[in-house]
Design a protein around this ligand. Structure first.
Ligand SMILES: *Cc1c(COP(=O)(O)O)cnc(C)c1O
Length: 354
């Protein structure tokens, strides 16, 4: 490491994204992307004229995409902040809304820990129960800004809105950030609660259910006072945080509700198929409300399953962390991709049984 790097960052452990391999063509079920292309309006809009406009700065107020998000959720645009992926929203929330520290689960989105370390926040880590659920009473006992991935990752387990509301009302002096990256695959969003409570921020992304992972677009919905704070941080770091093409794609994709419903329904159906098939083969899974499943074999280790799939051209995510080292996380892809996963699984189990 360079001797010019601030010493306080020397020991920082950065976030490690899932592999984006180039060595060969994999069935890619490791980073929770959509198997479907963006909606037709997005593909059509990515033309020569849109590219020519790249000479111009993007709209720093992101007014078009903000309005589309506000319309979708039936909130005023003043309740919406847009960011370069939802990771940027989370970055700003850790940077500027955690004076009293940050609390989150021991098994959850890995970036929370990285941001907390980056900003050297005091943290409280709440352990999941043995069945990977989160006990609301243990969350209520914390006092820091609380980050909850709902549904949680990589477990896929989801709280209902009444549980989140009980956390929000338990302590009006503490901010709760609900990361709803996977909410469109079966859970119920708490965006409506932002109209009632000023200590709740809901973070969402276009990466998982809207086919725009590579465009980098996320947003936060919260009381306008919180949005104002996020805007202040944005204008103090990168006023043009969302590029022109992404603003355009985001607005168009929000407006095509039919395609959104069609694609998320397909994922939910493919998830049901995969769960059924893996159960038949002796796997146990958490009750996933997301576009992935968290699965454990009764015959082979998590690492052996991950390696076996990889050898057969199927890439999934293996964490190898305490408590979850028996599990792999499998993104739900197209039906063909899930059939290929099941076939590869059969082959792995047959070889293991020999
Ligand atoms: C994928 C993911 C994000 C980040 O999404 P981007 O918008 O692509 O930055 C945030 N939170 C959770 C829980 C995720 O799984």
């Amino acid at each position: 490491m360079s001797r010019f790097l601030d010493t306080k960052f020397a020991a920082l452990e950065a976030y490690v994204p899932g592999e984006q391999p180039r060595d060969k063509k994999y069935i890619k079920l490791n980073t929770n992307e959509s198997p479907f292309p963006p909606c037709a309006a997005v593909i059509e809009a990515m033309n020569g004229a849109a590219a020519a406009d790249l000479r111009l700065y993007s709209d720093p107020t992101s007014v078009g995409v903000k309005r589309a998000i506000a319309d979708f959720y039936g909130v005023a645009p003043e309740y919406v902040f847009v960011s370069n992926g939802s990771d940027e929203s989370l970055n700003f929330l850790f940077m500027a809304f955690c004076e009293n520290g940050a609390a989150y689960a021991d098994i959850t989105y890995g970036f929370y820990q990285v941001f907390a370390d980056l900003y050297q926040k005091k943290t409280t880590v709440v352990p999941l129960e043995d069945d990977f659920t989160l006990d609301p009473a243990k969350l209520k006992a914390t006092t820091e800004t609380l980050f909850i991935a709902n549904p949680n990752a990589p477990t896929g387990i989801c709280f209902t809105p009444d549980v989140i509301e009980s956390l929000v009302t338990a302590n009006p002096e503490r901010l709760i950030v609900v990361d709803e990256a996977y909410i469109d695959f079966g859970g119920e969003s708490v965006v409506p609660l932002t109209q009632k409570y000023d200590n709740l921020a809901v973070v969402q992304t276009f990466s998982k259910s809207r086919q725009l992972a590579g465009a980098r677009l996320g947003f936060t919905i919260a009381n306008p006072a919180i949005i104002e704070g996020l805007e202040k941080i944005k204008y103090s770091t990168n006023p043009y945080n969302v590029n022109r093409l992404t603003q355009l794609c985001g607005a168009l994709s929000m407006q095509d509700r039919a395609y959104f419903d069609k694609t998320r329904t397909a994922i939910i159906e493919n998830r049901a198929y995969t769960v059924t098939e893996l159960k038949k083969r002796g796997f146990t899974m958490t009750d996933s409300m997301t576009n992935f499943i968290f699965a454990k074999s009764d015959k082979i280790s998590g690492k052996a399953y991950y390696d076996g799939l990889r050898e057969r051209g199927v890439l999934v995510r293996y964490f190898g962390k305490a408590r979850i080292s028996d599990y792999v996380r499998i993104t739900i892809g197209s039906r063909e991709e899930m059939e290929a996963l099941v076939a590869a699984t059969d082959d792995i189990l047959a070889k293991a049984g020999e």
